[in-house]
Ligand binder design. Structure first.
Ligand code: ATR
Length: 485
């Protein structure tokens, strides 16, 4: 269930928000401690019966200053007026005398820490003869969500278990999967009643909340940062369209070892991004030769016994895209120029070599580019020398530098070069969609592959590995174009 808290601050605002919340929520929580001069009867008439009334005291993070006995009287009155539930704090519950216990939630909040004895705390709250136990804790490290998942799975009675803060977001989204009674979601962003609450619309649409259940398979992108990642958008929309019971989450991970040990066991597949691509290789069972050579991966897929298979679909997608447009339909013996000498350049150069191409590296900083070329035992040419050419004597040209990325969209790593029809020009940059390099190459009639297309394809390969279904690439393209312009 989705419960939307209504937080005022005025009666007028509260009534307006209740009206909007009714179409998005299964239950509405009225936080009367946050609504000035609240009129309980009026509020309950507006919500209808599907409502929790909460009158939080200051000691539990609310604003009510009344003595407990007076405060509880107001809540008892809410039940008389037809509220479905009232929420009573753990240290006040013994003072509740005249309430139907089947309509009571007993709650406890840890705003500043993750309690070490969470199981014991839940067990103690469960002893109260009321309908529902609620505990909200501050999540300090993503892996702590695993403790919440297990506690929900092992619950003895209806339980609301919430992880607060940015790191707790996934506990709010996965409630239905682990059997939580409800999750709280804000009416809109800015109307949160606790830290880390997600907007109801995003919960429903971006994270398929109503479609999830106890058989839902979990996936996610492990990185830091990940809040701007578009992978949740494409994968969740893909799951939706093929009717696959999956959910894909952003996973902001600091400590990858702790994540893999504690939280990864709940997941079936993971995308891996910066800064974890190299380190995660050590988690893979029997990595392929190319993966070992590249030294980085972007995909983990669950094998039996909690072991993981690794792939680098970035490279697979890049190579696949090039082969698709090459007139020869193979990279074997084709000449390739890789522009750049960073991690991405190295990976792509190895991928092309593995596919049989004759790769040359070029880079602005000669010493860095030469070092990489020597390591891979391939030729190097300085970028300065490359720019002396009018046309380039290579079949495929791949940019892996950041030159031309927003906001520097007027820049090209190969200014003044005339491209040839039949040449393939690839740019790893995905924003803007068409970089200056790609625009120039298109104008000259070359085959072009954008970073956005590579992003679509790498996601598609992951999607196909995890769902065993064809990836809806056109949908992925549309989502990226809509989000990035
Ligand atoms: P990554 O690991 O993501 O590939 P990186 O290690 O930062 O990224 O590498 C960036 C690449 O872009 C380098 O090859 C860099 O060239 P230098 O080695 O000369 O720094 C290249 N690059 C960045 N800005 C550039 C510019 N303005 N002109 C040419 N090359 C540039």
């Amino acid at each position: 269930m989705i419960c939307i808290p209504v937080i005022g601050p005025t009666m007028g605002q509260a009534l307006e928000d209740i009206k909007r919340a009714r179409s998005l929520a299964d239950l509405i929580e009225i936080r009367i401690d946050l609504i000035e001069n609240f009129q309980l009867k009026k509020l309950l008439e507006a919500t209808g019966p599907e409502v929790i009334v909460t009158y939080r005291p200051i000691r539990e993070g609310g604003k009510c200053t009344l003595p407990d006995l007076d405060r509880l009287k107001v809540l008892e009155e809410a039940l008389v007026l037809g509220a479905k539930f009232i929420d009573i704090e753990w240290d006040a519950i013994q003072n509740l005398k005249n309430a139907d216990q089947s309509k009571v939630i007993v709650s406890r909040h840890f705003f500043n820490e993750f309690p070490i004895n969470l199981t014991e705390i839940i067990a103690n709250l469960d002893k109260h003869p009321v309908a529902i136990t609620k505990v909200a804790v501050k999540i300090e490290e993503l892996a702590q969500n695993a403790i919440l998942f297990s506690a929900l799975k092992n619950k003895k009675k209806p339980l609301i278990l919430i992880g607060m803060g940015e790191e707790g977001l996934i506990s709010r989204i996965t409630t239905r999967i682990f059997g939580g009674f409800l999750t709280f979601a804000s009416l809109t962003s800015g109307k949160e009643s606790a830290p880390g609450q997600i907007a109801a619309e995003e919960l429903r649409n971006r994270f398929r909340f109503k479609k999830t259940g106890q058989n839902t398979k979990l996936f996610g992108v492990v990185g830091n940062p990940v809040s701007h990642s578009l992978s949740p958008d494409i994968h969740n929309a893909g799951f939706e369209i093929i009717n696959f019971d999956g959910l894909y989450l952003p996973l902001k991970v600091g400590d990858s070892d702790s994540f893999m040990k504690n939280l990864a066991p709940f997941f079936e597949g993971l995308s891996v991004t910066i800064p974890h691509k190299e380190k995660m290789l050590s988690k893979v069972l029997n990595p392929s030769e190319i993966l070992r050579k590249i030294g980085a991966l972007n995909t983990l897929s669950k094998l039996p016994h909690n072991q993981w298979e690794g792939m680098n679909t970035d490279i697979d997608a890049a190579i696949k895209s090039i082969i698709e447009v090459l007139p020869s339909r193979t990279l074997k013996d084709q000449t390739v120029l890789v522009v750049g000498a960073g991690g991405a350049s190295r990976a792509i150069a190895i991928g092309a070599m593995q596919a049989g191409a004759k790769v040359t590296i070029t880079n602005r900083t000669v010493i860095k580019g030469k070092k990489m070329a020597d390591e891979l035992e391939i030729p190097f040419i300085s970028l300065e020398d490359v720019l002396l050419f009018e046309t380039l004597p290579y079949q495929v040209i791949m940019n892996t530098t950041s030159v031309g990325m927003v906001p520097h969209i007027e820049e090209s790593p190969l200014p003044g070069i005339q491209f040839l029809p039949n040449q393939v020009v690839f740019d790893a940059i995905y924003n803007p969609h068409k970089t200056k390099l790609i625009q120039n190459a298109e104008k000259d009639g070359a085959f072009c592959i954008t970073g956005r297309e590579m992003f679509v394809k790498q996601g598609g390969l992951q999607f196909e590995r995890w769902t065993s279904k064809k990836a809806p690439l056109e949908l992925f393209r549309n989502i990226l174009n809509e989000k990035l312009g």
